[in-house]
Write a protein that binds this ligand. Structure first.
Ligand SMILES: *Cc1c(COP(=O)(O)O)cnc(C)c1O
Length: 724
């Protein structure tokens, strides 16, 4: 019988749990998540895995009862100790390599941050990347602050109507129910700052998100003193029309700088993640001119402080505003600015004197940054071409846009069961080996998982056997299938009791499972594979070599072409010969993404090259033993080496898009039937697909350590944050 905890000890643990719930560090710590899961398993599942909501659901009385259970308090103590150790650790990469950033941090501006499904303020890859950037900045202990917007209604939730048409609905986020803390002044009152929009002074408050060691500040105009339409300005991610958009961007860029000043933070670099934040350059110029600098001095100094990352070659992805809209939105702001309106417009034009040319945020960002980059090698090339008119006397290859290839926050994306698997591997490694790990990484198995030496061991069958790897693949594939069955049952509103069994028979745990999930932007060509419809039907009908498809994704609310793609795929899944072999999971988000990238055997990606700037979902697949199968676009062009996954088509593309679609779909089908299916089903006497597993090993060894935000943030630091 263990001694009951004293009320002092209980109070400490309760306070510790509350603090833990309000720091997103738990997103990448499995043991921390397990604590909240244990308090209310169903609540954890139904409330988007949200520790703050769990601690509101479970009363203080109940929490204290749990803490008196044998074992639970031990676990809580261990997690809290790890958490405190993480926060207090000073023996970090950034303290050695970029110590001055602790005095003058990097201010990272992004219109979206995708941290976790419980805080749905991101529309897709751009936001997920920003969230992962912040998490790795924390792991590396970089001097870093994030600036974004708090969207109370977030990004939309997807539902499908009886015509298989996507409809959108919004779940308002209660700031008190998510890990946000209001920023207050020393006297306890809310901190309020303001920006001028149109003729109005709009005030905003700020929420702080603790991402491990680093803060991200989210601006929010929903204050009673603002007119209603300004209160609603931050309701939705990319909501409304271009008027809403320009106002949101004024808030983000100009408001963000004013917030940093109010907090007395002096950034050494203002990093614009995409053009949305580029108005921050105007505010920096305004400040300098108010302090007596000339326009050209202010411009040069601002340029030295700014860095810009562009994220897409798709034209519609670059915000452009008419002169009328600019004039309307900036009329009051401009009265404080000693620059003519025409000069301002010129900053956003390739040809400043061309009155017909709209104001482009990307142009503004390029003109006022000391450095700029794309997000993969190919995207760097494409961007240099795309913006070469801005640098008239410079050969295309010397246009000053470099590249840093994107990555993912590995621990945040690794599924719990897989993390557990690697962790056991590390602690149970044969004695000699675990000694080597201990010497290299101390007790810090998380550091081991980020290290390429660990992943290089994947090619060694003595470290992990084919049997173990295959068992792991079966485990995560089954987890995905059971997740999909639950989701499909919920999605289907007209179920009768007998249907429950039917839903439990959907999908085949032995089948080669091919996943496709991403935003349904048309250039991503979700239905491409079904151009070979008759062939695909033949493929799935082969009972000796079963194949199945799981699709998911949201189309932008105004993208009817994207919605038609969704409609077409759901229709096939219900009413064609593919029914039963193809399913569509509704409401794609980071949680659905995590299940899918882990459980699928093949991660399909067939964008229209070269429009996929990087892509990151395929990077999330490798550490789970899911193989990439992609057009050689974005990161895959660098990652794929012929042995660590599968490619579609070559390192160039036809000019004509119809031709490109035709060639790519033929190549896709050819690789699928001639290589992928035979290799997956080529089993030895023990039932193991040896050749397949070899590819899985190579994909882990070569891709996992390379395509992380750990590598990416180090690269940003060395190439851009610490150089001027
Ligand atoms: C990773 C991720 C993306 C980005 O995927 P791409 O491969 O870049 O299209 C988009 N949405 C969610 C929810 C993700 O988790």
């Amino acid at each position: 019988m263990t001694k009951p905890l004293t009320s002092g000890e209980l109070n400490d643990l309760v306070a510790g749990l509350h603090k833990l719930s309000r720091n997103l560090w738990w997103c990448w710590d499995q043991e921390a998540q397990d604590l909240f899961y244990k308090l209310t398993p169903r609540g954890w599942q139904n409330m988007f895995h949200n520790p703050v909501a769990v601690l509101r659901e479970v009363s203080d009385y109940e929490l204290r009862v749990h803490l008196q259970e044998p074992g639970f308090a031990e676990k809580v103590r261990a997690v809290l100790l790890n958490f405190e150790k993480y926060l207090a650790n000073r023996d970090t990469w950034a303290r050695k390599n970029a110590p001055h950033l602790h005095r003058n941090p990097v201010a990272y501006f992004s219109a979206e941050f995708g941290f976790h499904e419980s805080l749905p303020i991101s529309a897709g890859g751009l936001g997920v990347l920003a969230g992962d950037h912040a998490k790795s900045a924390s792991d590396l202990d970089l001097g870093f602050v994030g600036i974004g917007l708090f969207y109370r209604e977030g990004y939309f939730q997807q539902a499908i109507d009886s015509n298989n048409w996507q409809t959108e609905f919004y779940n308002p986020v209660d700031p008190h129910n998510v890990p946000l803390e209001p920023l207050t002044k020393a006297n306890g009152e809310r901190l309020v700052c303001s920006v001028e929009i149109g003729l109005t002074v709009v005030e905003f408050q700020v929420w702080r998100v603790n991402v491990g060691r680093v803060p991200v500040y989210l601006l929010d105009t929903n204050l009673p003193q603002n007119e209603q339409h300004y209160r609603d300005l931050t309701s939705r991610v990319y909501g409304g029309d271009s008027t809403t958009r320009i106002m949101q961007e004024i808030l983000l860029g100009i408001g963000g700088v004013r917030l940093l000043r109010a907090l007395q933070i002096s950034p050494s670099t203002f990093h614009m993640n995409e053009g949305h934040a580029a108005f921050l350059t105007l505010e920096l110029m305004r400040e300098k001119m108010a302090a007596g600098r000339t326009e050209s001095e202010a411009r040069e100094q601002t340029k030295r402080e700014c860095l810009f990352t562009t994220h897409t070659p798709v034209e519609a992805g670059h915000d452009r505003f008419s002169s009328e809209l600019m004039n309307y939105a900036f009329q009051r702001y401009l009265t404080q600015f000693k620059v003519t309106f025409n000069d301002i417009l010129g900053l956003g034009r390739v040809h400043p004197e061309n009155a017909q040319e709209p104001f482009c945020m990307t142009v503004l960002a390029l003109k006022l940054s000391r450095a700029a980059n794309g997000v993969s090698e190919l995207h760097g090339q494409v961007s240099r071409q795309m913006w070469s008119a801005l640098y008239p006397n410079v050969p295309v290859e010397s246009v000053p846009i470099g590249h840093i290839t994107n990555g993912i926050h590995l621990l945040g994306w690794m599924k719990g069961s897989v993390r557990q698997f690697w962790r056991n591997k590390i602690s149970n490694a044969s004695n000699g080996e675990s000694k080597v790990f201990r010497e290299q990484f101390g007790e810090d198995w998380a550091a081991a998982l980020n290290h390429s030496d660990f992943w290089k061991k994947m090619t060694d069958p003595a470290f992990v056997s084919d049997e173990e790897l295959w068992a792991l693949r079966y485990k995560v594939r089954r987890e995905l299938i059971e997740f999909a069955r639950r989701r499909l049952l919920i999605q289907n509103q007209r179920v009768s009791p007998g249907d429950y069994i039917r839903f439990d028979q959907l999908l085949n745990p032995d089948a080669l499972t091919i996943g496709f999930a991403r935003r349904f932007a048309t250039y991503k060509r979700a239905p491409l594979i079904f151009q070979q419809f008759d062939n695909i039907v033949k493929l799935v009908r082969d009972t000796r070599r079963p194949v199945q498809f799981i699709f998911a994704g949201k189309a932008h609310p105004r993208d009817n072409d994207g919605k038609r793609f969704i409609q077409q795929i759901i229709h096939l899944s219900k009413h064609s010969e593919l029914a039963g072999y193809l399913v569509f999971l509704e409401n794609y988000d980071v949680h659905v993404a995590r299940q899918m990238v882990a459980g699928c055997d093949i991660w399909l990606n067939n964008p229209r090259r070269p429009l996929e700037a990087s892509g990151t979902s395929g990077m999330k697949a490798s550490c789970h033993g899911c193989l990439g199968f992609s057009i050689l676009d974005g990161w895959w062009r660098e990652g794929y080496d012929g042995t660590n996954g599968f490619g579609i088509s070559g390192d160039s593309q036809p000019d004509n898009v119809e031709e490109q679609d035709r060639v790519d779909s033929a190549n896709l089908y050819k690789t699928l039937t001639e290589q992928i299916v035979p290799m997956f089903f080529n089993r030895d006497d023990q039932g193991l697909p040896r050749e397949w597993l070899k590819r899985v090993r190579l994909s882990m060894a070569t891709l996992v350590p390379q395509f992380t935000t750990d590598r990416m943030v180090k690269e940003y630091t060395q190439k851009y944050y610490t150089t001027r």
